[in-house]
Design a protein around this ligand. Structure first.
Ligand code: ADP
Length: 303
């Protein structure tokens, strides 16, 4: 089942939260929705799930317009909101029974037991939600999202606030679910998306800045290198090192510079030529590949 987001716009008063974004989610793929806080991830997810009306554009789930077929579409979607409101005084099974009622599920206990099994809640099912660890509370949220056996899962920062072990457990549940569902998984860290997703959509200030497989994003990472050079002489300035193919020069300390380039070998040659020509002494010259985190920073900070 596919989800198609077309030219989506959402504004809160003066605040443009989502600015004309389009993308498609495919079955059997976990797509990471990545961006800094305030980028527009939650807003987009709320529109996809039919909880917010867009100001422009459309969302189609399995070809159906979310706005026109809100009830039908909600049956196809499991949604875990960012701040997942649970009733702490309720027992796990009792809460899931309540959710199954709201979702008008016919064979309630069969669906509840299935969701409990999928999220590893068997041992905890007779406890009150308030007694559970944060990780298990999040599993209850996931079980509630899975109870209608949805084909589409929209998970808003499902691991935020969990400890490293809990993060791994929740990720594993999501990965299992992703095998036969269409999953959108939001996060503000690239490391997380890298661990769970096949593809990443990167959003910044309401605009999509990248939509690619993790493999291709890794490739991009290898394209840009930093060349770090130190001269004995301290009088050089950044303009003197602004060679062809150098995207940016930073002065780290007098005589010490960082050059960003896609043509690392060529830039090294330029540096050596400059040193010869100007009779300068290079005391160190080294190159570093960018990390994937830096690619994300470059795309979202515009640097
Ligand atoms: P993210 O999920 O990426 O952190 P959000 O979608 O929550 O981003 O927010 C996008 C922008 O919209 C932010 O600038 C945020 O402050 C603003 N925003 C979100 N919800 C509301 C709201 N209910 N009222 C006004 N502004 C909002």
């Amino acid at each position: 089942m596919s989800v198609e987001v077309k030219h989506l716009v959402k504004q809160y008063g003066e605040q443009l939260a989502v600015n004309d974004i389009s993308f498609t989610l495919n079955k059997g793929e976990i797509t990471g929705f990545l961006g800094p806080n305030g980028a527009g991830k939650s807003t987009t997810m709320k529109v996809i799930t039919g909880y917010l009306q867009p100001d422009g554009g459309t969302v189609l789930v399995n070809g159906m317009d979310v706005q026109r077929n809100a009830v039908e579409v909600k049956k196809l979607i499991g949604y875990l909101p960012e701040s997942n409101a649970l009733y702490y005084d309720m027992y796990v099974s009792e809460y899931l029974y309540f959710v199954a009622g709201i979702k008008k599920i016919k064979q309630k206990w069969q669906s509840i037991n299935n969701a409990i099994l999928l999220t590893g809640l068997i041992i905890e099912k007779n406890k009150k939600i308030g007694q559970l660890s944060k990780g298990y509370k999040q599993r209850v949220g996931l079980a509630a999202a899975l109870i209608n056996q949805p084909d589409v899962l929209i998970l808003d920062e499902p691991t935020s606030g969990l400890d490293p072990n809990q993060i791994i457990e929740i990720r594993n549940v999501i990965k299992q679910q992703g095998a036969d569902k269409t999953v959108l998984f939001s996060s503000h860290t690239l490391q997380e998306v890298n661990a769970v997703c096949d593809r990443a959509i990167i959003i910044n200030e309401g605009k999509i800045v990248a939509n690619d497989t993790l493999q291709n994003l890794q490739q991009q990472k290898n394209d840009i290198a930093t060349v770090i050079v130190s001269f004995r002489e301290q009088h050089l300035n950044t303009t003197q090192l602004q060679f062809e193919f150098v995207e940016k020069v930073e002065c780290m300390a007098p005589g010490h510079f960082k050059l960003y380039t896609r043509e690392e070998q060529l830039v090294r040659k330029h540096l050596l030529a400059l040193a010869l020509q100007e009779n300068l002494n290079i005391i160190s010259l080294q190159s570093e590949q960018q990390t994937l985190e830096e690619v994300f920073r470059r795309l979202t900070l515009g640097s």
